[in-house]
Ligand binder design. Structure first.
Ligand code: PMT
Length: 409
């Protein structure tokens, strides 16, 4: 996500709610993405967290008072507004929500918000009864209609001692939605199906054949496609990752489960991206009980799983079909063979091994671990014969580069 938000001017607006302390963590997280962050606060927000905290964390003055003396303060809200790429208002109280919905500008934050023209992400956080008040709901609906992005509060224990909807979501989730606001919506109205992770082929109830796929590559693609406006279905093998926001996520354990889920999901879709490391074989017999080692040496007979991608290629309509290939040798030859045999538009090749240095692919030894890593060094092979060698990069970024190439097709 970093490349989307890097060097962007982000303003965090903070109004007077107890969740204001979480904004400090949000600020740190956004700064970690190499964005420039500034803070505008209401006077009441200062009762919860002193502006000095945000000044120290952002390394920039905090704007709290349109009438403060000294400097070029008269036009600060206009100047900041003109140079801001996105605003995140967290926490947003019922009061500031009411002001924005009705065009009221009577302090630093509300005046600044009236002056900005960039995307604004609003994160309401308050007591459940306040959140459910008809007037607040009405104001939030107005904001949605006016083009503001809203992150709904989550349910849980609230500072007032009650429990219900009203908590500010985790900073990671707010960052994810901020990236959503900043991304172009060039996949709007596109239906995208992505597969991710490994499959497990059970030998008995407690043992299985699998591979080290973590799902990170596929999840990054699903997230990137959602950020770019696509309607995304993610079919995932067993992994330890949070499902991406606003993505329909379907779980599958075996290759057989994955095949069913894929064939159920691909009707009317525009793009299918098969990142999953699907097991090619499964045990012919699955023992109903745990196999005991007292039986001595055992032989496992494996039978072939259906090749999901091959079948999709056979029945290809107008959709774009993208496969992945993790190879330990002869990357080009093996990947190109799969590209042709499975009737693909693009295949993403990964040369799997121990080394992750930055040299080019002239040498077979230039390999990266790929599985489980946050980075990937990939090669795109296109149906028209073109090849694109990419440097080692974050899987999040690779996902966007792949979507760029798919868009260009
Ligand atoms: O999950 P990560 O830890 O982030 O790792 C990412 C990855 C290494 C798993 C990913 O980048 C990758 O390379 N995935 C493909 C793994 C592979 O080697 O696939 P394959 O060569 O067995 O299959 C080629 C293509 O056919 C793949 O798109 C696969 O999804 C598909 N296939 C394979 C077998 C099968 N029975 N059905 C299929 O659809």
């Amino acid at each position: 996500m970093r490349h989307i938000i890097k060097d962007k001017n982000i303003v965090i607006g903070i109004s007077g709610g107890i969740a204001a302390y979480k904004s400090a963590e949000l600020l740190r997280l956004i700064k970690k993405q190499d964005a420039n962050v500034r803070v505008v606060m209401t006077h009441n927000a200062g009762y919860f967290v002193n502006p000095l905290t945000f000044e120290a964390l952002s390394g920039k003055p905090v704007y709290t008072d349109p009438f403060e003396k000294g400097g070029n303060t008269e036009i600060r809200h206009i100047e900041w507004a003109e140079n801001t790429d996105a605003v995140v208002l967290a926490p947003a109280t019922a009061n500031i929500i009411g002001k924005i919905a009705n065009g009221i500008a009577d302090d630093a934050l509300s005046t600044f918000l009236l002056a900005v023209t960039c995307p604004v992400l609003i994160c309401p956080s308050m007591n459940t009864n306040m959140y459910n008040k008809i007037s607040v709901k009405r104001n939030i609906e107005i904001l949605k209609k006016d083009g503001y992005f809203i992150v709904e509060p989550v349910s849980g224990e609230l500072a007032c001692g009650t429990s219900g909807q009203g908590r500010l979501p985790d900073p990671e989730q707010i960052l994810d939605r901020l990236v959503y606001c900043l991304c172009p919506k060039d996949f709007k109205d596109k239906r995208v199906v992505v597969t991710a992770g490994p499959t497990r082929e059970h030998i008995d109830p407690v043992r299985y054949i699998s591979n080290p796929s973590s799902g990170k590559m596929g999840y990054a693609i699903a997230r990137a496609a959602e950020h770019r406006g696509a309607d995304v279905t993610l079919i995932t093998g067993p992994v330890n990752l949070e499902p991406p926001v606003n993505v329909k996520t379907v779980s599958a354990v075996s290759a057989d489960d994955m095949a069913k889920a894929v064939f159920d999901s691909v009707e009317h879709c525009d793009i299918i991206i098969k990142t999953a490391a699907v097991a090619d074989y499964r045990p012919k017999e699955k023992a109903r009980q745990k196999i005991k080692k007292s039986l001595g040496e055992i032989t496992l007979i494996l039978q072939k799983n259906e090749d999901i991608l091959f079948k999709l290629g056979e029945n290809k309509n107008n959709h774009i079909l993208v496969g992945f290939a993790a190879e330990t040798q002869n990357l080009e030859e093996n990947a190109k063979d799969k590209l042709a045999r499975k009737n693909l538009d693009i295949i993403v090749g990964n040369l799997v091994g121990e080394r992750i240095d930055g040299n080019d692919y002239g040498n077979e030894d230039e390999k990266s671990p790929v599985f489980g890593m946050d980075t990937n060094k990939a090669v795109f092979f296109f149906r028209n014969g073109d090849t694109e060698y990419l440097p080692l990069m974050e899987k999040d970024m690779l996902a966007h580069v792949l979507l760029d190439r798919i868009r260009d097709l």
